[in-house]
Every structure is written in structure tokens, then in C-alpha cells.
Design a binder for this molecule. Structure first.
Ligand code: SAM
Length: 316
């Protein structure tokens, strides 16, 4: 980072999505313990701490050391009310001291990437900025986009692209990327973008976004981490505590929807199954039976909020 708040002239302060609504849904006068599993630049955390009583404490987790530095700066006015930890939210059960197990009143997972990560070219998340093929949230992680692309074959890449919504052009994009790699011309983010553009003439930006998303998801095991974190909710949440997940694409939302339905006592077995074996149990109450989305006004101010969906449950 060139300064605490900008990278090459770009502001790095991530605009938190639906922050007012989320604070209203998660926090009340009896809130004592808040966990922000994806503290990022601390935008949601600041809003939650402002809305919660003075005696409350927030644990903020993130894998990204630069994000934690920014969060520390933004949240410094809350003093000892904030504890920041560099860790994977898939290990949510280990985030809190033992005495706080089962005591979380409010918990947030804001999936996806932060503005800091997008605008920092060296991180490799952006298809219109030259950078290394990196895409790791955790700078100490061993798998990068480059190392992933070095070993994948065209069929696997095609399936991955289809999973993340790039149906029509998946085969052509996968072949173009692998051809470029085999010719030794896949070194940077713009090389990857060029491979996509070489075979997609219409709406190439959408295809590039989906290609980058699919690779990023795999590099960071995002869906697996989400599943693991959700699995810890019954143990970490207090009775009456609320958890909110913000997802940004259908694969993520499907996981959250299915998990919340199952643990609010609704069957998620495939249609036609005679004996239910999905493990449904009434552990949570669905606070948002349908997901909530940002208003047109918010999307106008913050276009990156456009695909956000939030779902909230309350522990019974
Ligand atoms: C959309 S940003 C969060 C922005 C934040 N809500 C704010 O208001 O600034 C998502 C953050 O989650 C972090 N992250 C992604 N996967 C993670 C994981 N498995 N464990 C911990 N942090 C993760 C990313 O590094 C990123 O900083």
C-alpha cells in the first residue's frame, strides 16, 4: 500500500453493503458479543459497534493482513471493544476464548472481496489492472491463481466456469486460457483477460468477471470455508443471537439458503425421496424467509452491492 488509505490514487475504503439494515437486524440493547468474520476495512464493524451498547465487544477476523491493518486504523476509536485476529472463519470455533463459546449475540459473514483487494494491482483480483496471477486472500497461502492455472486442464477449467455462471463460452474460454498457458503467454492478470477476450466478442467484461471469480473462488476455497463456518454456528451462537450472511453469487446463496432452511427444521431432501435424511433440525428461526437485497439507491451509490443478498437467522 502506498498510504494507509489509497493505492495508486484509488480510495481503499470499502463501502459496507446494507450496513444500516444489517445493524438493525443484528444488534439491540442486550448485545454483548459481536463477531465480524470478514472484517475487511472495518465498515460493517464500525456500524455494528456504533449501534451496540458501550459494554459490547467485537471480534473481527480476516485472512488478509492489509485488511486487518486498515480495520485497526478505522476501528481504533473503539479502543478495547475491538479484538482483531488474522484467521480463517472456517475455524470460527477457535476464534473466541472458551468462556465466550455459545455466547455470540451477532455474527456477520460478508463473502467476496474488498475494495482494497480489487484496487491493489499486485493482488491480481482485477481483470482490468495489470498484476500477478495471485488472487490469494491470505498472503501466506500456498496456492495462487498462477499455480492453480499451471496444473488445471481445459475440462476442469470448463466445469469450473460453468459452475460460476459462464455457460455459453466456457469451453472456448477454457481452451484459450490453456493454449495461452502452454505457449508461455499466461503470466499476468491482463494475459488472462486477453485469453477471454480473444474468444468472447459480446459482453466480454461479464465473461472476464466470471472467469476471475471462478478462479478466485477455487484459489481461496471460498465455498468450502463458508460451509465449514456455517457448521460452527449452532455451537458459537447464543440463544436469541442472530447471524447474517451476505452472498454475491448464486453458488454462495444456494449454500446459505439450504443450510438455513435445514437448520430451521425444513426438509431439503431432493424431491421424491421417501424417507427424509437431510438432517433437518429446528435450531434456528428464519428472520428473513426470503433474502433481502440493496435498494436501487444504494446500488446507484455503490454498484458493487448490486448482486448482494442477505439472509439472517436467530438461534432458538
Ligand atoms: C467483502 S470484504 C468485507 C468488507 C467488510 N465487511 C467491510 O465493511 O469493510 C470480505 C473480506 O473477507 C475476507 N475473507 C474472505 N474469506 C475469508 C475467510 N475464509 N476467513 C477470513 N476472512 C476472509 C477477505 O480477505 C475480505 O477482506
Amino acid at each position: 500500500m502506498t498510504s494507509e488509505s489509497s493505492v495508486e490514487g484509488h480510495d481503499v475504503w470499502h463501502e459496507p453493503v446494507m450496513a444500516e439494515e444489517i445493524a438493525g437486524l443484528l444488534v439491540n440493547r442486550s448485545t454483548r458479543l459481536v463477531v465480524d468474520c470478514t472484517v475487511g476495512a472495518g465498515g460493517h464493524a464500525a456500524r455494528l459497534l456504533d449501534a451496540a451498547p458501550q459494554q459490547s465487544v467485537l471480534y473481527g477476523l480476516d485472512l488478509d493482513r492489509d485488511a486487518l491493518r486498515l480495520a485497526g486504523e478505522r476501528l481504533s476509536r473503539f479502543g478495547e471493544r475491538v479484538v482483531l485476529k488474522r484467521m480463517n472463519f472456517s475455524e470460527l470455533d477457535l476464534a473466541l476464548p472458551e468462556r465466550l463459546a455459545g455466547k455470540v449475540d451477532a455474527l456477520l459473514i460478508d463473502c467476496g472481496i474488498s475494495k482494497l483487494q480489487i484496487v491493489t494491482p499486485g493482488r491480481g483480483f482485477s481483470f482490468d489492472r495489470e498484476g500477478d496471477l495471485d488472487m490469494r486472500f491470505d498472503q501466506a497461502g500456498t496456492v495462487t491463481a498462477g499455480s492453480f492455472l499451471a496444473v488445471i486442464d481445459a475440462n476442469e477449467l470448463r466445469s469450473l466456469l460453468v459452475q460460476f455462471g459462464e455457460r455459453a463460452n466456457a469451453k472456448r474460454i477454457a481452451r484459450a486460457v490453456i493454449r495461452r498457458r502452454d505457449e508461455g503467454r499466461l503470466k499476468t492478470t491482463l494475459d488472462l483477460a486477453r485469453a477471454v477476450k480473444s474468444v468472447v466478442k459480446n459482453k466480454a467484461a461479464k465473461s472476464m468477471a466470471r472467469t476471475f471469480l471462478a478462479i478466485r473462488e477455487r484459489v481461496n476455497c471460498e465455498l468450502e470455508n463458508l460451509v465449514k463456518a456455517l457448521g460452527h454456528l449452532p455451537q458459537v451462537m447464543a440463544v436469541g443471537g442472530r447471524a447474517c450472511i451476505i452472498s454475491y453469487h448464486s453458488e454462495e446463496d444456494r449454500i446459505v439458503k439450504r443450510y438455513f432452511r435445514r437448520l430451521s427444521g425444513k426438509c431439503v431432501c431432493p424431491p421424491g425421496r421417501i424417507v427424509c435424511d437431510c438432517g433437518k433440525a429446528a435450531v434456528f428461526r428464519l428472520v428473513t424467509p426470503k433474502p433481502l437485497s440493496p435498494t436501487a439507491g444504494e446500488i446507484g451509490r455503490n454498484p458493487s452491492a448490486r448482486s448482494a443478498k442477505i439472509r439472517v437467522v436467530e438461534k432458538m
